[in-house]
Design a protein around this ligand. Structure first.
Ligand code: KIV
Length: 303
């Protein structure tokens, strides 16, 4: 039996795991950082095999996996289950757990407690949280407790209602300046990188040049230090309306539907299972079995 090593806490990174410090070096080398979301063990494994640097267990799971209309309902318990599955599947990429709405807004203590749960109970390497302002003290507290934090600015889906919906942010000089100030503040608070979502490309480029930590863009143009896409969007698994910034690389939903339709037709037409999908038994045992059934009414007495 092969025993796979347990993922250790971030203080002792596993052999082969991308060191978190490498991200700043990638930025300095202008080597693009690849991040993708994943929500289960096969997803973590495939992202790893494809060479992703970072795997985000996004609270987008609330919409893509759990069927909600927004990310807000995602709970700590749900995110812990999903994060645990992803960390079991992936080895080299850093796994970042998205802190769900309500898990960090109330107090620094709550934020630290929940960030530590992601590391201890789910094997996450880091956490991500949305926003700046009052969240800066959360970042300081979590980083102070030894857990790396990724920031998230621009369109922050947990506060989409406050932002007036799912729309691009930082589109006026004043808003772009505020975004730059927030980005600087998050870097100063200790974030190791920053997601910029739905931000005009020139603003994201300016923020990227300004910071020494890497920016990871989603709908923020080509000049960010890295890019992230949501698993279901990228693979064509999410069939709702997708944002302008989504590029679909496959039609996995179509592939799955066709396979399921073929399976259903095979079952109905008795084409499945075939000989190779079934188990045989020795002829003499079968004969004994049939004879026993024929001669006895009471099945219990055979055993
Ligand atoms: O939850 C998520 O998937 C995210 C990405 C869109 C960055 O936050």
């Amino acid at each position: 039996m092969s025993i796979r090593p347990q993922r250790p806490a971030p203080a002792t990174p596993a052999p082969g795991r991308l060191p978190i410090t490498e991200l700043a070096e990638m930025k300095a080398r202008r080597q693009p950082i690849v991040m993708v979301t994943a929500y289960d063990a096969p997803g973590g494994r495939l992202a790893d095999q494809a060479g992703a640097d970072l795997v985000l267990v996004g609270d987008s799971a609330a919409m893509t996996v759990l069927g909600h209309d927004s990310t807000v309902p995602a709970t700590m318990d749900e995110m812990l289950v999903l994060t645990r599955a992803v960390t079991r599947g992936s080895r080299r990429p850093l796994v970042i757990a998205d802190m769900p709405f309500g898990s960090f807004q109330v107090s620094d203590e709550d934020a630290v407690r929940n960030a530590i749960r992601f590391v201890k109970e789910a094997g996450a390497d880091a956490v991500k949280l949305e926003g700046a302002g009052p969240m800066l003290s959360r970042v300081r507290a979590i980083v102070g407790a030894g857990v790396p934090v990724m920031g998230h600015l621009g369109l922050t889906p947990q506060s989409a209602t406050m932002l007036g919906g799912f729309k691009a942010q930082g589109r006026t000089a004043e808003k772009a300046l505020a975004l730059l100030a927030d980005a600087r503040a998050l870097e100063a608070a200790g974030c190791f990188s920053l997601v910029l979502e739905a931000v005009p490309s020139p603003v994201a480029a300016r923020v990227t040049r300004d910071l020494s930590i890497p920016t990871i863009g989603i709908g923020a143009g080509p000049d960010c230090d890295g890019q992230v896409l949501v698993w279901h969007d990228l693979l064509g698994l999410y069939e709702g309306r997708t944002a302008r910034f989504v590029k679909r690389y496959a039609d996995v939903a179509g592939t799955i539907r066709t396979a399921l339709e073929e399976y259903a037709a095979d079952v109905r037409e008795r084409r499945f299972p075939e000989e190779q999908h079934t188990y045989a038994m020795p002829e003499d045992e079968l004969a004994l079995f049939e004879e026993a059934v024929r001669t006895s009414r009471d099945v219990e007495t055979w055993l």
